[in-house]
Design a binder for this molecule. Structure first.
Ligand code: ADP
Ligand code: MG
Length: 340
């Protein structure tokens, strides 16, 4: 057997490579691999399914992530993928693999967070699996949601002329992580020192306790707005916009001045000598929604709070570009992860 390093393909290349020889056989499989969630036709409604895995040491660090927050976030990131299909989550399953370092009390904390998310988002925990593992903690959550077929919103529906919209604000979760990582390093070198989070409640909160944009999907329904394409911002604006453009066969132009960034994020970025727009483009874990709308729906969006129009979908030949505040055009690239 040859040994090809998975890093030669990158995350998205690897998924494509492994799943390319799986033709969809079932007429009820409306969407397989490649979107925020799979879609199964179930008569009047469609079932939407999404899975995410979180591995200790890769996705979370228990040095600064309380188990309760971890449980909450593990659920929320999955629900976010269901909302990104314009669907509502209904059930979750939770599977855990853990070493004997975790006590019953510790796992109760994790489940207190999972319960809080079930309460907040009105979903039922309906199953899962539990096993031991030689090291660390791994959490895999599957979320199941529901949507009328004609309201489902895929990554591939953007058309040239559509407006690019972003909810909330971007970049804060990444900076929250930088702050927590910095304090961890200081603490490791000098265990007597108390962490100084500089009262950066906003960024730390965005990292440790993200929320999914259920309110936006509810607002879309109320205002009879259906985005043409949608994705949740989990990997950063650049990467997630790239997915929409690639699958829609389009290009895009984003205005730096249109990308929402919280004032606390701006200030914190400067402290870390980072450009705030770089944090928004490449940071990730914001769990906001990135979607496109028909320009005729611009009026509807204008009256909805917390939605920002940040650019326009272009022809594929125009590429995916950022127009900076200084008036320079930059090519945007999808990053994803590049190494294990
Ligand atoms: P997201 O960031 O929205 O969670 P991912 O980038 O993890 O999406 O996954 C992209 C697509 O690839 C999804 O449709 C997902 O179900 C699919 N996928 C990811 N890993 C695998 C795998 N190992 N086998 C089959 N499909 C996968
Ligand atoms: Mg997603």
């Amino acid at each position: 057997m040859q040994h090809t390093d998975v890093n030669t393909l990158g995350e998205f290349g690897l998924i494509e490579h492994l799943t390319r020889d799986f033709p969809l056989r079932q007429p009820s499989t409306l969407k397989g691999v490649g979107d925020d969630a799979a879609v199964i036709d179930n008569g009047p409604f469609c079932t939407v399914v999404s899975t995410d895995m979180l591995v200790e040491g890769i996705h979370f660090d228990l040095a600064y992530v309380p188990l309760k927050h971890l449980g909450y976030k593990s659920v929320v990131v999955n629900l976010s993928d269901i909302y990104a299909m314009n669907a509502f989550p209904r059930q979750i399953t939770v599977s855990i693999a853990m070493s004997n370092r975790f006590s019953v009390e510790a796992l109760e904390e994790l489940y207190a967070g999972i319960r809080a998310a079930c309460d907040a988002y009105n979903v039922d925990l309906v199953g899962g699996d539990t096993c031991s593992s030689p090291k660390g903690l791994t959490i895999s959550i599957t979320a199941v949601g529901q949507c009328e077929k004609e309201l489902l919103t895929y990554r591939n529906g953007a058309r040239p002329g559509d407006l690019i919209c972003i909810t909330g604000d971007l970049g804060a979760a990444y900076l929250g992580l930088q702050l927590l990582e910095r304090e961890k390093r200081i603490w490791q070198e000098n265990p007597g020192v108390q962490p100084d989070l500089e009262n950066q409640k906003y960024a730390v909160g965005r990292q440790l306790k993200p929320e999914a944009r259920r309110d936006m999907i509810e607002a879309f329904r109320k205002n009879e707005l259906k985005p043409t394409a949608m994705i949740d911002v989990s990997d950063g604006l650049a990467s997630d916009l790239f997915h929409i453009c690639k699958q829609s066969g389009t290009g895009a132009l984003v205005e730096e001045s249109g990308v929402p960034i919280h004032p606390d994020t701006q200030m914190l970025a400067l402290k870390f000598k980072l450009d705030p727009i770089t944090c928004a483009l490449n940071g990730g874990e914001d769990y906001e929604l990135l979607f496109t709308i028909d320009p005729n729906d611009a009026e509807k969006v204008k009256y909805l709070p917390d939605i920002y129009i940040a650019g326009e979908i272009l022809d594929a030949k125009d590429g995916i570009k950022l127009n900076t505040k200084g008036g320079n055009l930059h090519e945007l690239k999808a990053q994803g992860w590049v190494h294990f």
